[in-house]
Design a protein around this ligand. Sequence first.
Ligand code: MN
Length: 233
Amino acid sequence: MVQVDMQRHLWVPYSFEYESHDLIKMYRDMGKFELMALPYAPEALEPVISKETIAFHHGKHLATYVNNLNGLLEGSPLAGLPLEEIVLKADGGILNNAGQILNHELYFGQFLPCKRPEVERSGNPKSAPTGKLAEAIVRDFGSFEAFKEEFQKKGATLFGSGWVWLSADKDGKLVITQETNAANPIQKGLKPLLTFDVWEHAYYLDYQNRRPDHLAALWQIVNWEVIESRLSK
Ligand code: MN
């Protein structure tokens, strides 16, 4: 059973099992797409993202996309291609499920635990990018604060389900784009660096309708070393 803070939750499941590790192993054994392993414990992002949200978002929503894609690829000429190639070549259900897997792998892979030792020591871990990424943000947005403001605004104002992205174009210029549903910036020839998921499943258990509050809180857990490494790839 899960400990539930009733102040924060209007509704919670009676109980849930965190089942994803069985799925990861099953797909690996079958040579199919696997549900990514999280690089942190399901409760590690609290209080920014609750364990319950992670359990549904990663263990149910993302697992369903993986399951769907593996089923749809059976007998398809796209079977066996890398995920990014499938996103660039597919349409319909294959594109939707492959796009969501790519989006979520970038999303879940970009966070750090809230209660990491650096936080306890200094109260402020690497809370901003450094090096080339920091320079490019200042060059293209004026300041880190101005970048965060524009990124949050584009996330808050995206109508319906989708994703807000920071990407680099072919010349290295940084751009913020809104992508609806399962779209990914690679479809526009961009290199995706950072993304916030604004589908309601990403925040509704914790923030209900307060999407802007959720977006503002996410900066606390961004792993800037991961974002910097995506830029230099
Ligand atoms: Mn999502």
